[in-house]
Design a protein around this ligand. Structure first.
Ligand SMILES: O=c1ccn([C@@H]2O[C@H](COP(=O)(O)O)[C@@H](O)[C@H]2O)c(=O)[nH]1
Length: 277
């Protein structure tokens, strides 16, 4: 089964376009779980979040940085977290990777084979050859950063560039390239921040049938309804709405997992309402 097929199945099973971010921040982990600087606390936290949300999500997305910050034990916790997630739910490693060809081969082996992630985020700055080792994996997927959610994303991504006789913002040229990579490899998705709904609509118009991972609702302030309406594909899907802090830190006490579940239900339902309006 391709990533796209697995994602569609997970989304249909859960009736959800919600992708929960697993970003363990030592400053926000519930204190009763153990010392915040101990990677075993991270694992206990992730286990509880996963158990309380598996039926509500189409995917999970751990961000590599939060695990590297714990050193080797953090990497072990990441690998173990991946094992805790039922195999039918796709897991996207947010690594924003992209390097020289043979180095990307090594990253692809690490993230896809050794650690068994279903997809990774990549940056397009080094061009197609840097992404080919990821794109060419027909059983996996690649989410290309197009227009990121951070305030400074326009520094480079909004610059007008002339490519093949067309002048438009760089992020649209990246979307155009990604559309072609999808035609060539069939494994491509995009990342567009919820904080930029107008740009999300432009990207969706350019790439009608690519899955778009959309971080930036909740803690970053992206408007959910505007985002969903801007990004839906013609079939009323095609989005993975990511939320980490807004779900996983909904509560901090002994009932944190139930609080995360309530937040995930609320978000899933709000997304579905926006799909219908
Ligand atoms: O443009 C981007 C790309 C990636 N991210 C990542 O998504 C999550 C968002 O977490 P929240 O707590 O829901 O804000 C995090 O891992 C970011 O590094 C992004 O926010 N924007």
């Amino acid at each position: 089964m391709s990533f796209r097929e697995r994602l569609r199945a997970a989304s249909e099973r859960s009736g959800s376009l919600l992708c929960v971010g697993l970003d363990p921040d030592p400053a926000r982990l519930p204190t009763h779980l153990g010392p915040a600087d101990d990677a075993r606390t991270v694992l206990a936290f992730n286990r509880a979040i996963i158990e309380s949300t598996t039926d509500l999500v189409c995917a999970y997305k751990p961000n590599l940085g939060f695990y590297l910050a714990y050193g080797p034990a953090g990497v072990e916790a990441l690998i173990e977290t991946r094992r805790l997630i039922p195999p039918e739910i796709p897991v996207i490693l947010d690594a924003k990777v992209g390097d020289l060809g043979n180095t990307s081969v090594a990253y692809a082996r690490a993230y896809f084979d050794a650690w068994n992630f279903d997809a990774v985020t990549v940056h397009p700055y080094m061009g197609e050859d840097s992404l080919e080792p990821f794109l060419s994996r027909s059983d996996r997927a690649v989410f290309v950063l197009v227009k990121t959610s951070n305030p400074g994303s326009g520094d480079l991504q909004d610059l007008p560039v002339t490519d093949e006789g067309t002048t438009e913002p760089l992020y649209l040229r990246v979307a155009e390239r990604a559309r072609r990579w999808q035609g060539r490899y069939g494994t491509c998705g995009l990342v567009v921040g919820a904080t930029y709904p107008r740009q999300l609509a432009e990207v969706r118009e350019r790439c009608p049938d690519l899955p778009i991972l959309v971080p930036g609702v909740g803690a970053q302030g992206g408007d959910l309804t505007t985002t969903v309406q801007a990004g839906l594909d013609p079939a009323g899907g095609g989005l993975l709405i990511n939320a980490a802090r807004g779900v996983i830190y909904a509560g901090t006490g002994p009932d944190f997992a139930q609080a995360a579940r309530r937040a995930a239900i609320e978000l899933r339902d709000a997304i579905n309402q926006a799909r219908q309006s």
